[in-house]
Write a new protein. Structure first.
Length: 154
């Protein structure tokens, strides 16, 4: 069976804009301009294996250091978003090589990948022996009986 690639999963962007001028030891950022501007794109196949990683950091507070972290993101190639992905991120993107902000972005990608795969599929295409994916996937969509709730009266 040929495994085709899904569209790229893009969690774009982190943009950190200060309302007042902000200075680091190496530069000053004018009010209203992003101090951080970063993007991350992963391409996965239908088995959720990462086949390509692209990261960019056009604006960072430390231009000599921060952009180097984009290279470390390449180590995620071959990881599977549904099988130990967050553990693999922690093992491969150690504090010495990672950018905290990119690591936070990448942590969202397993959820985005599932949403991208399921989006647009007819309910008849989804497994019929299981409840719909959204049920029991979050506290607000739990199938468990509701716990007793306190009633506050004014």
């Amino acid at each position: 069976m040929e495994v085709s690639a899904l569209p790229a999963i893009e969690r774009r962007t982190i943009e950190d804009v200060k309302q007042q001028p902000f200075s680091t030891p190496t530069q000053t950022f004018a009010a209203g301009l992003p101090m951080h501007l970063m993007a991350l794109r992963l391409t996965v196949d239908r088995t959720f294996e990462v086949v390509n990683v692209e990261a960019s950091m056009p604006r960072t507070p430390f231009q000599a250091v921060c952009p180097e972290a984009t290279k470390a993101m390449q180590s995620l190639g071959g990881c599977n978003l549904l099988k130990g992905f967050r553990r693999a991120v922690a093992e491969r993107l150690t504090p010495r090589v990672r950018c905290t902000h990119l690591a936070e972005l990448v942590a969202l990608l397993p959820t985005l990948a599932v949403q991208a795969l399921v989006q647009g599929k007819a309910e008849s295409e989804l497994p019929s022996d299981k409840p719909p994916l959204k049920l029991d996937g979050a506290a607000t969509l739990s199938c468990a009986p509701c716990p007793a709730k306190a009633v506050i009266r004014a």
